[in-house]
Write a new protein. Structure first.
Length: 110
């Protein structure tokens, strides 16, 4: 059984995209959101942090508005980029035991 784990593409809510949905800026924001939809959670966080770093002052708020990610997530991604370069983790995205509990554990009668 194939599952569709593809994340939906966020629609930017900035003033430019709402007033001029076919402008060059709106195209740029849609491209950013298409890239984010294809990334896993760690790389999504880091990419958003990179954009915030590049845009400088006000970058976190701007990236949050464009991508729909929380400011905390963007700050965390920016901090990960600014830390010393460690070897990238291969394999798992989350730590063992992290994430949502299995349905069988939450529903004993299941």
């Amino acid at each position: 059984m194939a599952t569709n784990s593809r994340k939906s593409v966020h629609v930017c809510t900035c003033e430019v995209c709402r007033q001029h949905p076919y402008s060059r800026v709106a195209e740029h924001h849609r491209a950013i959101n298409r890239v984010l939809a294809a990334l896993d959670e760690r790389n999504r966080r880091r990419f958003a942090g990179l954009l915030a770093l590049q845009w400088g002052r006000g970058g976190i708020q701007r990236v949050a508005e464009i991508t729909g990610l929380s400011r905390h997530t963007i700050v965390r991604g920016r901090a990960e980029l600014q830390q010393s370069r460690r070897a990238p983790k291969l394999g798992r995205i989350r730590r063992p035991g992290a994430g949502r509990k299995r349905v069988e554990k939450n529903s004993p009668g299941f």
